[in-house]
Design a protein around this ligand. Structure first.
Ligand code: FPP
Length: 227
């Protein structure tokens, strides 16, 4: 299917769950629960319109600094998603987890690997960034190349060795929640991405707003450094 505006890949920074819960006088965990539901809804909307690759920032390397109960609740939601993913994912969507894997339980790692392996031939990809940091990703690609004995490293080498080297960089990055920064997300891949920021809190994001943002993308002139 030809996607509107020829977009193949959109990446999302799902920000604002905590404030969304606070507005309802509920604990932050409540916001993450709705955030996880919203993630599934927005992903299926984007695949329905023909997108091939989606990346969602679920948990950064810095998010471990949050209170234990909040970290645990996000990990619990993540585990629930891992158990449910096979049922809720379209048959042609494969899962890929990007990030460092050293801090997850054996059980969680086994579920992640099982899902990745059992969906690896699917043509569409859903990348979930978890324990992810963009600088760490670049550093790990460089270290891998050094370990292979490379003495001169090219941009193509790094592109091929980052976690999401299998997919094109995102044409668009959408951040909800009102902050105007990338927060160490896709530092290498975002070099020419069009950035969109909305004040809408992640659990409030509607598919129709994503459609509007995609329409705005058509109005951006992408020159990639040319004229
Ligand atoms: C940012 O909002 C959100 C997170 C750090 C966690 C995002 C996690 C999910 C949506 C659930 C993940 C689950 C799956 C299945 C991928 P915030 O807490 O920083 O919000 P705030 O800025 O309002 O405090």
């Amino acid at each position: 299917m030809e996607t509107k505006n020829n977009i193949r890949h959109i990446a999302f920074i799902m920000d604002g769950n905590g404030r969304w819960a606070k507005k309802r006088m509920m604990p932050r965990e409540y916001g993450h629960k709705f955030g996880a539901k919203k993630f599934k809804e927005i992903a299926s909307h984007c695949y329905d319109m023909g997108l091939q690759y989606l990346t969602f920032y679920a948990f950064s390397t810095e998010n471990w600094k949050r209170p234990d109960n909040e970290v645990n609740s996000i990990m619990k939601l993540f585990m629930e998603y891992l158990d449910d993913a096979k049922k809720s994912l379209d048959k042609d969507v494969g899962l890929v987890f990007i990030g460092e894997r050293d801090r997850f339980s054996e059980e969680m790692l086994a579920k992640m690997e099982f899902l990745e392996n059992s969906t690896k031939n699917c043509p569409k990809k859903l990348c979930i960034a978890i324990n992810y940091g963009g600088r760490a990703e670049i550093t790990s690609a460089v270290n891998k190349l050094i370990a292979e004995g490379k003495t001169k490293i090219t941009e193509d080498d790094i592109t091929a060795n980052i976690y999401s080297g299998f997919c094109p960089p995102p044409e668009m990055i959408i951040r909800t929640g009102g902050e105007v920064r990338l927060s160490n997300f896709l530092m290498w891949q975002s070099a020419y991405s069009e950035l969109f920021f909305t004040d809408t809190l992640w659990p409030d994001l509607k598919a129709s707003e994503v459609d509007d943002i995609i329409d705005q993308f058509a109005g951006r002139k992408r020159r990639f450094g040319g004229v």
